[in-house]
Design a protein around this ligand. Structure first.
Ligand SMILES: *Cc1c(COP(=O)(O)O)cnc(C)c1O
Length: 714
């Protein structure tokens, strides 16, 4: 395999830059990021940290120069050595923990993966979780293989009209700029599979992304041999109608299994991240029937080796299809099931009140042997919500566990914070970050140093926001109003609140504007200014979400708020990094109990950005009383308007009486001691509990290992 063959030639002394660029392992290792940053800093910024693209653009002279520069070579050699060590590690947590388990792979299926902004195959939280899961699996040495989609147009880019209406721009990905390679079969040929959809076959080519020890395989239908409509099937994430969607899900589920087979992989555990990939089950039942097993035996086999994670209590978040669509597009498979055709269709049968539909979550719930929700509240809600799946079983016996989400610490922690931790807690903080006791050490960090870092992170954020506004103005000629709303009047020293997430009703993006005059007083207070930075996309067909967005935009140009409200467009991983590291406060106002988890608050907390949130999702467990604030209006039931009014009141009181005074309470050295005490508490309490280190270990111990054992026992 010659994956980097079409990169321009590199000087031999630094020839492995190509390998480093094509292994996203670099993205969560500071020593490797440093290589590219030093290679060409303007290009590093221009490409939004995309080494593959950089290597195509960087000048030959610069490469030659770097190959002779001892200080560059030091950094380069260290990074290459670290990569080699990571790739050949014989010792890992997984091997130590389960020395007797065979190394059968764990297949992890997800419709989206957020790994890096240079690979735009994600929309939001679900993708970030999947990406973080894979990175952690690599760190821990799990034999995990990811399976997902290579969307040539990805998810949309967001632009705002001068009226504040969201415009969706789809850009064709330049494949030469993405860290992907063609996957090859055991025989050394490009991996291309044929997936029966309806009464035709769709060709799917398979791409590979390297993440240290883990590989992720991405399915792509944009092949010339396919009909134009089939080529479009994998074009966009969540872009099409129901009919497109069911076909996409057949490609992901059925095609994913076929791809793994073609690659010579025989997973012993199949983890379905959300219901989108539940057709995996269909292909596996079919394979079992071909081995002359009965339907019951086939289901038993699937159940003993399938893990399912459900992610949302919002009904629209679960895929359902009319039976006729499923029957039409699965015709080839259903035919081959013979007498069991109806048994299979019954596995997805679910009536949510609007008549029976084929429900992907129901299919997964009925065929997985291990099922989890992503927080305690979400576990309870899932048991209630899906009660008909387990007729006659009392709630306490319905087989849904809570396994909390986490974030990949090395991906999300700011380098400035990690340097501070290294200095005062020692280099081992990374290896020990899930040990709660270890974090007592955080109080060793002098307030002055921590404050200097927190201030610097806020300055980076504001510089980033202004630079983006400048670019939009000079390169895209957006209106002056748009330049203003993009954050040009932000103050690098003011208390900065971040609110960044998908714009949708239950997240209540407008809650903080409930009483605009009161908010204006808080923002414009003399000597204690407060500013709010918003970011987030609305789903392309969610007009309500777009209206929320437009309202926020109108607040941003309203002089009442003095330019202290900003909207940063095109929220993605890159923007998210600046926001969760650079704000002072992270605001989240979901209506209970619709936020299953909410991982952005975890990212903020580990960076010492204090979480100010209603007690839903992870925060119901994460809030300790001293590591942030809980918005609780005390009204649980009744009219949503009454709940909102009470929550808004609670939010204002917290801002007026606690958040603002604590932030601006400075001693003679201008240091906010009480604030920093909370910052340390946030880092101390959240990092160990809400990391993917803890999360992936739990998946391994509670779910994967027992499935592997069952597979071995057979
Ligand atoms: C973390 C993240 C999310 C998910 O955050 P929530 O708190 O669940 O809204 C969404 N989008 C991006 C880009 C993220 O980084």
């Amino acid at each position: 395999m010659k994956p980097y063959a079409n990169l321009p030639p590199l000087p031999s002394r630094i020839s492995r830059l190509g390998k480093l660029a094509f292994d996203l392992w670099w993205s969560w290792h500071e020593e490797a990021r440093e290589v590219f940053r030093r290679l060409d800093y303007p290009l590093w910024r221009l490409t939004a940290h995309n080494p593959v693209r950089m290597l195509r653009m960087v000048s030959r002279e610069r490469l030659e120069q770097a190959a002779r520069d001892p200080s560059f070579l030091n950094v380069y050699d260290a990074a290459i050595k670290a990569l080699d060590r990571a790739l050949t590690a014989k010792e890992s947590w997984w091997i130590r923990r389960f020395p007797h388990l065979p190394m059968g792979p764990i297949a992890y299926f997800s419709a989206e993966f957020a790994l890096h902004q240079s690979l735009p195959i994600y929309a939001g939280g679900l993708g970030v979780l999947a990406g973080d899961h894979c990175k952690e699996a690599s760190d821990l040495g799990l034999p995990l293989i990811g399976v997902g989609f290579m969307y040539p147009q990805g998810y949309f880019h967001q632009r705002m009209s001068s009226e504040g209406w969201q415009e969706e721009v789809y850009e064709q990905l330049n494949w030469d700029h993405a860290p992907i390679e063609r996957a090859v079969t055991k025989e050394g040929k490009p991996c291309i599979i044929s997936v029966p959809v309806g009464n035709r076959s769709v060709l799917v080519s398979v791409w590979c992304v390297r993440l240290g020890q883990v590989k992720l395989y991405l399915l792509d239908t944009s092949m010339e041999e396919n009909a134009p409509s089939d080529r479009e099937l994998s074009a966009r994430l969540y872009g099409g109608d129901r009919e497109t969607r069911v076909q996409q899900e057949i490609i992901l589920g059925v095609g994913g299994v076929l791809a793994l087979r073609a690659l010579g992989s025989n997973p012993v555990v199949w983890h379905l991240n959300e219901g989108h990939a539940a057709f995996v089950v269909l292909q596996r039942i079919r394979e079992a029937l071909e081995r002359e097993e009965s339907f019951e035996e086939a289901i038993e086999e699937v159940r003993s080796s399938t893990v399912f994670t459900t992610h949302t209590p919002v009904p629209a978040g679960h895929d359902t299809f009319p039976f006729h669509l499923v029957e039409a597009h699965l015709a080839a498979y259903l035919g081959s099931l013979g007498q069991y055709r109806d048994d299979f269709l019954a596995l997805g049968h679910y009536d949510n009140g609007g008549g029976p539909m084929f429900n992907m979550t129901a299919l997964a719930l009925r065929t997985a042997g291990a099922i989890n929700g992503v927080s305690q509240i979400h576990e309870r809600v899932t048991r209630e919500m899906w009660a008909p799946i387990w007729p006659g079983l009392p709630e306490s016996e319905r087989p849904v566990k809570a396994l909390n989400n986490g974030i990949h610490i090395s991906t999300w922690i700011a380098p400035d914070i990690s340097r501070l931790l290294e200095k005062h807690l020692g280099k081992e903080w990374r290896d020990r970050h899930e040990e709660s006791e270890f974090w007592g050490e955080i109080f060793k960090i002098p307030d002055e140093e921590l404050w200097a870092v927190r201030q610097a992170l806020r300055r980076y954020l504001i510089a980033f926001i202004r630079e983006r506004a400048r670019q939009r103005w000079t390169q895209e000629q957006v209106s002056a109003a748009r330049v203003l709303t993009a954050g040009t009047l932000l103050d690098p020293a003011a208390l900065t609140i971040g609110f960044a997430r998908r714009f949708t009703g239950y997240k209540r993006p407008e809650l903080i504007f409930h009483d605009p005059e009161r908010l204006a007083r808080i923002l414009n207070a003399p000597r204690r200014p407060v500013q709010i930075v918003f970011a987030g996309k609305a789903h392309p067909v969610d007009d309500m979400g777009k209206h929320h967005l437009q309202s926020v935009y109108k607040r941003a140009i309203d002089p009442t708020f003095g330019g202290r409200i900003a909207f940063v467009d095109d929220y993605d991983l890159h923007v998210a990094h600046f926001l969760v590291q650079g704000c002072d406060v992270w605001l989240n106002t979901p209506r209970k109990p619709f936020e299953a988890s909410g991982t952005s608050g975890m990212k903020a907390s580990v960076n010492g950005v204090l979480h100010l949130s209603s007690g839903d999702g992870w925060w119901a467990e994460g809030y300790t009383g001293s590591n942030g604030w809980l918005i609780d209006g005390g009204v649980m039931t009744g009219e949503p308007a009454a709940v909102d009014a009470a929550d808004a009141e609670a939010l204002y009181r917290l801002l007026e009486e606690e958040v603002v005074p604590t932030f601006y309470d400075r001693d003679v050295d201008e240091v906010p001691r009480r604030w920093l005490r909370m910052v340390k508490e946030a880092i101390r309490t959240v990092t160990p509990r809400f990391s993917t280190r803890r999360m992936v270990k739990q998946y391994a111990e509670w779910m994967y290992a027992s499935a592997v054992n069952k597979a071995v026992a057979k």
